[in-house]
Design a protein around this ligand. Sequence first.
Ligand code: ZN
Ligand code: ZN
Ligand code: FE
Length: 746
Amino acid sequence: MSDKNGQTRRFRIYFYGAVQGVGFRPTIYRLAKSLGVKGSVRNTTEGVIVEIEGDVHAEEFVDHVKSNLPPLAKLTGVEWHELEPVGYVDFIIEKSSHGNEVQALVLPDAAICEDCKRELFDPSDRRYRYPFINCTNCGPRFTIIKALPYDRPNTTMAVFKMCPECEAEYHDPSSRRFHAQPNCCAVCGPRLLLIGPEGEVEGDQIKLTAKAILEGKVVAIKGLGGYHFACDATNDEAVKKLRMRKRRYNKPFALMARMEDIERICRFSECERALLQSTAAPIVLLEPESDGMISQFVAPGQKKLGFMIPYTPLHLLLMEELKRPIVLTSANPTGEPIIFRDEINRLLKFADLVLTHNRDIYIRADDSVDMVFRGARYPLRRSRGYAPLPVRLPIDFRRTLLAVGPMMRTTFTLLIGRNAFLSQHIGDTDTLAGLQAEIEAVNHFINLFQVSKVDVVAIDKHPLYPNRSIADEFPDAEVIEVQHHRAHIAGVMAEHGLTGEVIGVAMDGTGYGDDGAVWGGEFFAGEIHDLKRVGHLRYVFLPGGDSSIRHIWKFALSILYELGEEPSMFEKKFGNDYRMLLGAIKNRFAGVMTSSAGRLFDAASYLLGVCEENTFDGEAPMRLEAAAVPADGRYGFEVHDDGNGYVLDMLPAFREMLQDGEDVSFRAFKFHRTLADGIVEVVRRIEADTGIKRVALSGGVFQNLTLLKMVVSSLERRGFDVLIHREVPPNDGGLSLGMAMLAAMQ
Ligand code: ZN
Ligand code: ZN
Ligand code: FE
């Protein structure tokens, strides 16, 4: 405790981090009051500035703040200095002011809190069943904020004038809604609207929506970051109808269900439970124990189902009405961004009804997707609930940098100082709509974080990625090309706050290599900013360009050709196509060489009869993993040094796998183990050469937990320090972080 001596001192304290829109100022206010301190608190674009005057030292005050942090607040830094007392007469909350540089964090959207849930279902509460209930501890943030500082006029709630009761809460420091910017109620706030082909539908919108879903209809529902399509997940016909309308035939759908329903369907760990119930409320991939309840068309050929719990009051009301799981999938025509504006006619092309409301979404944000690996979060898509929280880099970049990410399932990163602000999921930018979505989001971030000048733009080395053109919007910026797989590795290091030496293993789908080949099974070593490629998977010819990524028999044929086989089964099945393709393979014509690990999974999946075609990105590898059942033994592989580094040759494994008489599920498993052992063998040789004991694992293929587990355990048993992703996805959704780090270090 401090020694109170009756002396009045004044301190100015700067709080940095997630301190706006989280009830930070009211917490400060209450603390100051309880400690009998005078002074002021105010939001600035840099963070929160507190002045205290009285018989309290800044250090003591800061300790109090730290032990009383509101649920959504996160401190990344605190500084203070002493000033001459000025004779404050009270403690006041000042109006927001503008500063120069934005370090204050824009908060992600947060799932409904327990207090609001209770009020929502309390008939005596004035917000009973009000679908837009929120408070300082929960509700929309990122998706409704137009600019900083985070105050109501800068949000899409600006058009709603608070009623006297809401206004009173907003100004009452003892209220949970003190300065809660989206505060509202049924009297003054947004309203629901149910629209069918004939126009507005009168009645209780929630009950009518539930009824329609139970009748097997598809309903578009406006969520936090965009529209979803919903249908009864236990109804085969409804799920099939949604698949036909969306033209998404196999890709797994996400589910929304109440906790008690998820408990009935899946067994899960405490970590998975905590993730489901976290304020981010992501989709969590879980293994169902009984699949009797959920339609088989929800996730065909997959072992896991993606569940989220109702995270807005609107979803909660609907799910309490339905009391059964629903499909809740982003409302987007396949390959295009999620619909977030009120394009009712467009939505009615897919849905029978649209449940909407008049609170605008300012920026779109898809749901996030997480898995749990070894008792901690392992992200697959970092978006709603996480974006735009920054990853703090181990380097201080004194300028502003934009990394635009790769072409597919991309994000971008805006690096300001040490803070790498990752965007929400942008998706595929190979369409005009997708590219436009990225440009809009980039402009929004630049405006939001008040960036006056982008100094550097980092782009993927692939010469044909359309989003490289975003660099043209910044004619004064220096443009730096970053090699895809080095960026994957740098991303892992960035998350762990590390620079220095590392062995990087990137097992991936597609990325442009230094030599113009399609890379995707790469080994690097050295300082993070100067990674040397010291090994790779053996090159195999990938015939037929992009179409062979979907039509996986083509690469399978190329593998068979390398093994010296010309299988007649292909000839029967593909006739002329087969003969043409075989000619192309023999002459290395119209195709590229590739070291991609993803393609090896495609080929194995095809040759084992597990999957015919990638109808969506990663389908064949996902099905191969789902098919694998633990078995003893593995196949052979070879490692040789070709003068430029190690070459890991998996062709012997294919030969043995095809001759193996065992069940497909065992062969699928042995394929995984062979690759894992091959990877570890190459890493051991690199360690022998370099002495580096730290390994970073990244790339989309490491979404495969069967492979990841084998590689991590095996490396750890051999004394390696193994780093994996925990904050951003190992797939291309996390790439912009590593691109930003590498470009900043150049
Ligand atoms: Zn709340
Ligand atoms: Zn009100
Ligand atoms: Fe990649």
